[in-house]
Design a protein around this ligand. Structure first.
Ligand code: F6R
Length: 596
């Protein structure tokens, strides 16, 4: 949530454009507003540009500069107005601050500063940081870099909550970044002596692959002569080793697709198998972490649906496991002990609720196994063991390829635990082969036509049973968030217990079916809906007379749920496009939910 990007010593003295380009790559983290602050070339003056709404094709009119700091916002404190867009300045306009997180004690700090005659221009929690630094620096007339750095550290240490900040000082042309709970990564372009700060890797790929992921309670000081990481608690410099990230620039580009979402849906032809091939040994290793232990899967949103499917996969292997939404985890924390393994599922590894769940599990001495996509994340560090699914950056806000890769990992893990690894691998390979033929122009045309038919519908229902029930939940979530259409998933067996009352003439009901022992149950449920004049859309390998419309999916045994879900992803995409929504950036959402 919220993206931070900065450059120091921009080689073309074009920091405004460099920061703008960086923010465009981070926009998936929040798109309520964006803003850039630069230090003018010859004078210690900060110039700022701010706009509400998405960056899109925005241009900047800021003057040439070597140092710039920018932000793309997902609003927490204060409405979506220019005045609340970051960066925020101190009264003298010498210090600019950008922030990702929530400063829980900002009101108390703000009141103190108001008593000292500071005037605030925004409703944000962030603005206090600029004024805190101004207040403590004002005693030092001619302050040095060291003074500035010390005051940023002092201000940051006073903040409570999960936060990451970037602070630009115009006098010393220095940027200080501090992290506690929200991600920050420094990029080092050694050849051109440029330094970058970013909330995530995709924005750095154009400049460098050499990075350092800041840990919690670490800070980085960046200026043209210096890159130093500090331990914030001890306020002492730290030796670090740069990592080289294994991604290509094209991984963060649309590569001819109209949207990242469509690209990422299609990539699933390759990513599922790639995840498994890259992680086979690690998944075997992970089996040791779960063997004979109490297993609890957790995650939020789509990641929770993956967790729930993990529970079903385990149950089908005869292994007991539970799945708890990370945002509801606290109610169950007393069930966690040193014999528990908590399996946390997260694309970003930064979801605040998932991190809180994991921290509380660790307090109770549980082991934590994480299945994540973004490398260097907080969850990766908190975990005792992790499986990096390595699907490449997932830029569309809604999760697709990360979800199916995580699902394949849980499937294989469940099978390894009961010595069925070979069969499972065979099925995953078969799935990849079948997806590569099935996910073609024909399927897309069918779903484009279907989306046209359904464009005006206010409600869609999706039913499933057993594995196809969590699959239906995920299908519905994709439609809700991408197309803003109300979509509700039900376990087919629940219909008669109440929800069948919702069925009226023509209401579209999707029925997700695999070729398994539940096929007939689902056909019966569809027949009951049809008897009440609902319109039935069958998503399944086999056609059935009850279907008004059939969307054929490949038969891959229990993995048929993956193509069944992909139908939901594609339908949601085309419905979203048809409604004029932005499928990559649905309203009110952000990719990485770093606030609870
Ligand atoms: C939905 C979606 C969200 C995320 C959820 C958790 O398409 O993407 O529901 O799954 O916010 O995010 P991660 O996986 O980053 O923990």
């Amino acid at each position: 949530m919220c993206g931070i990007f900065a450059v120091v010593n921009d080689k073309n003295e074009n920091a405004p454009q460099t920061v703008l380009d960086g923010l465009k790559k981070l926009e998936y983290r929040g798109y309520d507003s964006w803003g850039i602050a630069v230090r003018k070339l010859k004078t210690p003056i900060i110039e700022v540009e701010k706009h509400i709404g998405k960056i899109g094709e925005a241009k900047t009119s800021l003057p040439p500069s070597r140092v710039g700091l920018g932000h793309t916002r997902w609003a927490t404190h204060g409405g979506v107005f220019d005045k609340n867009a970051h960066p925020h300045l101190d009264s003298k306009k010498q210090i600019a601050v950008v922030h990702n997180g929530i400063i829980e004690n900002y009101l108390e700090i703000k009141e103190e500063l108001i008593r000292k005659n500071h005037r605030f221009l925004s409703e944000t929690d962030t603005e206090v940081v600029a004024h805190m630094i101004e207040e403590t620096l004002k005693e030092k007339k001619d302050y040095s870099i060291g003074d500035f750095v010390a005051q940023v550290f002092a201000a940051f240490k006073r903040l409570t909550g999960s936060n990451a900040i970037g602070v630009l000082d115009s006098k010393t042309e220095t940027i200080v970044a501090c992290r506690n709970g929200s991600p920050l990564v420094v990029g080092v372009d050694e050849r051109n002596h440029q330094l970058f700060l970013s909330s995530d890797i995709p924005a750095l790929l154009k400049h460098t692959k050499k990075v350092y992921f800041l840990n919690d309670n670490e800070a980085a000081v960046l200026n043209k002569n210096l890159f130093q990481v500090y331990d914030l608690k001890k306020e002492k410099p730290k030796k670090i080793i740069l990592e080289t990230v294994n991604l290509k620039i094209s991984d963060a580009e649309k590569e001819g697709y109209p949207h990242f979402l469509l690209k990422e849906i299609e990539e699933q032809k390759r990513t599922i198998l790639k995840t498994i091939e890259k992680n086979q040994d690690r998944i075997r290793e992970a089996a040791k972490f779960v063997k004979s232990r109490k297993i609890i899967f957790t995650g939020c949103g789509t990641a929770y649906h993956c967790a729930l499917l993990g529970k079903y996969f385990f149950a089908k292997s005869g292994l007991a496991a539970d799945a708890i939404q990370a945002n509801e985890f606290s109610a169950f924390r007393y069930l966690i002990d040193d014999k528990t393994t908590v399996m946390a599922i997260s694309q970003s590894g930064e979801t605040a609720d998932t991190l809180l769940a994991v921290k509380s599990a660790k307090k109770n001495k549980a082991k934590v196994l994480a299945v994540i996509n973004s490398r260097g994340s907080t969850l990766e560090r908190l975990s005792d063991f992790f499986i990096p699914i390595q699907t490449g950056p997932e830029i569309a806000v809604v999760s697709t390829k990360a979800f199916t890769s995580q699902l394949a990992v849980l499937y294989l893990l469940a099978k390894i635990l009961v010595n069925k690894e070979k069969v499972a691998l065979m099925k995953i390979r078969l799935l990849a082969r079948k997806l590569s033929h099935w996910l073609d122009r024909g399927l897309k045309d069918q779903l484009i036509n279907l989306a046209k038919k359904l464009l005006k519908e206010k409600h869609l229902y999706i039913i499933g049973k057993e594995l196809n029930y969590p699959a239906a939940l995920e299908f519905a979530l994709k439609v809700k968030e991408t197309a803003y259409t109300h979509a509700e998933a039900f376990a087919s067996g629940e219909l008669k217990h109440g929800v069948i009352a919702l069925i009226e003439k023509g209401i579209p009901c999707f029925v997700l079916i695999s070729k398994d022992e539940y096929e007939n149950d689902l056909i019966s449920a569809a027949t009951e809906i049809k008897a009440r004049n609902g319109t039935i859309f069958g998503v399944s390998p086999a056609d059935a007379p009850v279907f008004d419309y059939h969307i054929p999916t490949p038969d891959v045994d229990e993995l048929t749920i993956i193509p069944n879900i992909i139908v939901g992803q594609l339908l949601a995409y085309y419905l979203g496009v048809g409604k004029g929504a932005d499928p990559d950036k649905p309203r009110n959402l952000a990719k990485s939910v770093t606030v609870k």
